[in-house]
Design a protein around this ligand. Structure first.
Ligand code: BES
Ligand code: ZN
Ligand code: ZN
Length: 449
């Protein structure tokens, strides 16, 4: 539990920098020393070594892992040791690391060690920021839980049921789930083609919220592949590891939606989580099939493993045609190319709209999550058209940067709307643990829309 007003708990955490004279403390950057006579933890900030923010992040995680009981965090010492970081950002970082590290994660182990001490941050002046952090970080952890379910449990039906059950309790949030019959009526044939090999129907979770009369309507579209085997273009075993996380985009968009609604943000949005898996079987879609998308463009499936862009295409058209979206963000673990390029370091961002990039970049400076802009050039779009023999577009280009050609494919479905695509292929997990990454930044970008 995190509070901001119960002062003087048993233990204390203070930040010091290497100009301090405390000889008993280990002056390693990002390290924490405990002095038992004082019941005090010292978090060391060593100037001019690694970045100061990283030292706080590493030190806070180490402190939580080694914590001994209820602790008061002396926020003033953090402000003094780190004058170059804005106090709000410092507060957010301290809060979110406690929330992250003390979260009771999804586990099927008999024994589960959890830390339920009280951490009191001495910063009463941040009451509003505290309340916002409670909501925002609750949904970071919600997204992590959705990510962590194993694929035999986390099926499209499971996510459809769980998310609608949780979201229905949030005031002002309209919840619906589209299954195969509705998807057929809506001509969402690309979603149905990806779902064709599955034992479970596709579940498209739609969360709508309107609290900004006359304002723009934002769409958040998320890739929710509960497991990506590649389909008939089957992945080799080395590439199949972690493919339960291919539903992360959808987990993120529903979590952002729930956080914004719970925080009563002044914004209009529709969040669309497209859940299905991508399997093989007698009914699964064959390579070289030609499909007609919801917006009328035909697509040649030259690679069944490029399934993400297929479901997103229909999701984007649904947002435009059925929900009158003005501006679209999509979030997806879309390409191996972006995973290779940026690894665990950052998400790739593709947009032709500079102000959308700037808005996201500003929000990310506040949340300290990392994004890196990559291009969509005209020739990438031409390639998506020219590489198909039979249809308007191909889902898999013969050459070129895979992240950019995937993004270029999506622009055909965004039509004339402002559009930004986030490819978060590898940043979404550390090892086999979901990170709930991106929830905070989009929450920040949209909360005062
Ligand atoms: N889900 C994968 C992308 C991915 C790869 C995410 C590695 C996380 C880590 C996606 O569906 C995929 O397989 N994309 C292919 C597309 C290609 C066949 C055109 C890729 O990028 O290799
Ligand atoms: Zn794939
Ligand atoms: Zn995929």
């Amino acid at each position: 539990m995190i509070t901001i007003n119960n002062k003087n708990l048993k233990y204390k955490l203070v930040a010091i920098n290497n100009e301090s004279s405390n000889k008993q403390v280990d002056f390693e950057p990002g390290k924490v020393s405990f002095i038992s006579e004082e019941n005090t933890f010292y978090l060391v900030i060593k100037k001019d070594s690694m970045s100061n923010l990283r030292q706080v992040k590493l030190g806070m995680s180490e402190f939580i892992k080694n914590s001994k009981g209820d602790t008061t965090i002396n926020f003033d010492t953090f402000k003094l040791a780190l004058p170059e970081i804005s106090p709000e950002v410092l507060f957010n970082v301290i809060f979110e690391i406690i929330s992250f590290e003390t979260h009771e994660k999804i586990t099927y182990k008999k024994e589960n060690k959890i830390n339920n001490f009280v951490f009191n941050i001495e910063a009463e002046e941040y009451d509003d920021l505290y309340k916002e952090n409670l909501i925002k970080n609750k949904y970071v952890n919600y997204a992590r839980d959705l990510q962590d379910f194993p694929p035999n449990i986390g099926t499209s039906n499971f996510y459809g049921e769980k998310i609608s059950k949780d979201a229905i309790n949030i005031e002002g949030l309209k919840v619906s789930v589209l299954k195969n019959r509705e998807l057929k009526n809506l001509n969402m044939n690309l979603v149905l083609a990806v779902n064709a090999g599955s034992n479970h129907e596709a579940n498209v979770v739609v969360l709508e919220y309107n609290n900004n009369p006359g304002g723009e309507k934002i769409a958040l579209v998320g890739k929710g592949i509960c497991f990506d085997t590649g389909g008939y273009d089957l992945k080799p075993s080395t590439f199949i590891e972690g493919m339960k996380f291919d539903m992360t985009g959808a987990a993120i968009v529903v979590s952002i939606a729930m956080a914004l609604a719970e925080a009563k943000a002044k914004v209009n949005f529709v969040a669309i989580g497209l859940f299905t898996d991508n399997l093989i079987g007698t009914k699964a879609t064959l390579p070289e099939s030609v499909l007609k998308s919801k917006n009328g463009l035909t697509v040649e499936v030259n690679n069944t493993d490029a399934e993400g862009r297929l479901i997103l295409a229909d999701g984007i058209t649904y947002a435009i045609k059925e929900k009158n979206a003005d501006k679209i963000y999509d979030i997806a673990t879309l390409t191996g190319a972006t995973a290779m390029a940026l690894g665990e370091s950052a998400s790739g961002v593709f947009t032709e709209f500079d102000e959308m990039w700037e808005n996201l970049e500003n929000a990310s400076k506040y949340t300290t999550e990392r994004f890196w802009r990559l291009p969509i050039f005209e020739d990438h779009k031409e390639q998506v058209q020219n590489d198909s023999i039979l249809a308007d577009l191909t889902n898999s280009c013969n050459k070129g940067p895979g992240g950019s050609t995937a993004a270029a494919f999506l622009t055909f479905f965004a039509e004339d709307k402002k559009f930004l695509h986030i490819d978060c292929s590898r940043v979404v997990r550390v090892g086999l643990k979901g990170q709930g990454y991106i929830v905070k930044t989009i929450f920040e970008a949209l909360k005062n829309y």
